[in-house]
Design a binder for this molecule. Structure first.
Ligand code: PRT
Ligand code: ZN
Length: 296
């Protein structure tokens, strides 16, 4: 019986909201995520969910208003809060890049010397330029950074980039990647015993969900004389499961493959004589160590 609830801060409405809510739901944490709800308590896990602006999340975690939070690494790098990064979460991926008008010449980072660069990330950009010995004027603006060059406010921008289409439609091209970023689970430093146990419990589920996302369950039929070749292609968690089919001379093979190698492995399995290949997604994958082929 838990006496305390773990307080988690998620982005209220923005690019990390959906991924954060989906992750908790996949961890089987049930809560009401109705529009505009600032706080809700889960029905089946001792956790309270706070919905906040992403910029405020690291400070709230640092100050103990929340115990853990989900936020982009870009925000952490800019705000420099004393929190612990517990786990990378694999969504909200983007990069912080410098971009210039596409018709301007650019040979190297030295070309940024003396230029005006508009950004909402003055500290990260300042450190990046300083580390490379570049003296530029950093203009801090809080939104619509990409229009700064076209209205004469700056010569270049430093902004977050996802697909790159915003830069493209504003006539800009990327020249330097300052940092890459994804959503991370952060926690307050020195959490006490019970809260630490709850973070570990949550992390155990998150790891199972993320491992499952990276893997597929595969079932196939194979003639027995091809089994050696086929099982070599399928490392599985320990090794593939092989069971005889009702039809003599045939077996059913079950295994787990990483989505990274998925199509390549499936083609090689077909070439090796596999038939009736079925591929299923995995809900959760609970495993402490990597298998023969390093599945996790
Ligand atoms: O209201 P609140 O302060 O909570 O939200 P916000 O408006 O400050 O943040 P939001 O929702 O835009 O982003 C939240 C987090 O999502 C960021 O801090 C990043 O960690 C992450 N993220 C991932 C991104 C992007 N991808 C992204 N593409 N944040 C912003 N963008 C911007 C980009 O700068 C561009 O203007 O989205 C626009 C479209 O990107 P393209 O390159 O796909 O065209
Ligand atoms: Zn924000």
């Amino acid at each position: 019986m838990n006496l305390q609830n773990l307080k988690i801060a998620l982005q209220r409405s923005g690019r990390l909201s959906e991924g954060s809510i989906e992750l908790l739901k996949k961890c089987d944490i049930r809560f009401d995520d109705g529009v505009g709800k600032l706080k809700s308590t889960a029905q089946n896990f001792p956790i309270e969910i706070f919905s906040l602006r992403d910029d405020d999340i690291p400070r709230y975690v640092e100050d103990g208003v929340a115990d853990v939070g989900i936020v982009g690494e870009n925000i952490l790098a800019e705000h420099g809060c004393a929190v612990e990064v517990v786990e990378k979460l694999g969504f909200g991926k983007c990069r912080l890049s410098v971009a210039i008008p596409k018709n301007h010449d650019y040979a190297s980072i030295d070309d940024l010397g003396g230029k005006r660069i508009a950004t909402s990330y003055p500290r990260v950009l300042g450190r990046y330029l300083e580390g490379r010995g570049i003296a530029a004027e950093i203009h801090t603006i809080s939104g619509s950074v990409e229009i700064a060059p076209s209205i004469g406010l700056a010569d270049a921008v430093c902004d977050l980039v996802g697909s790159g289409s915003t830069l493209f439609t504003n006539g800009l091209r990327e020249t330097e990647t300052v940092m890459t970023s994804e959503a991370v689970l952060i926690s307050r430093k020195n959490l006490d015993g019970e809260l630490r146990q709850l973070v570990d419990k949550l992390l155990f589920r998150i790891k199972a969900v993320n491992a499952a996302r990276q893997n597929r369950y595969i079932l196939l039929n194979a003639p027995n004389e091809r089994l050696n070749k086929i099982t070599e292609l399928l490392p599985g968690i320990k090794s593939p499961t092989v069971m005889p089919l009702a039809e003599t001379g045939w077996s059913s093979v079950h295994s787990v493959i990483n989505e990274r190698d998925f199509w390549d492995v499936v083609e090689r399995l077909k070439d090796a004589g596999a038939e009736g290949i079925l591929v299923l997604s995995i809900e959760q994958m609970i495993n402490g160590c990597a298998g023969r082929g390093g599945v996790l």
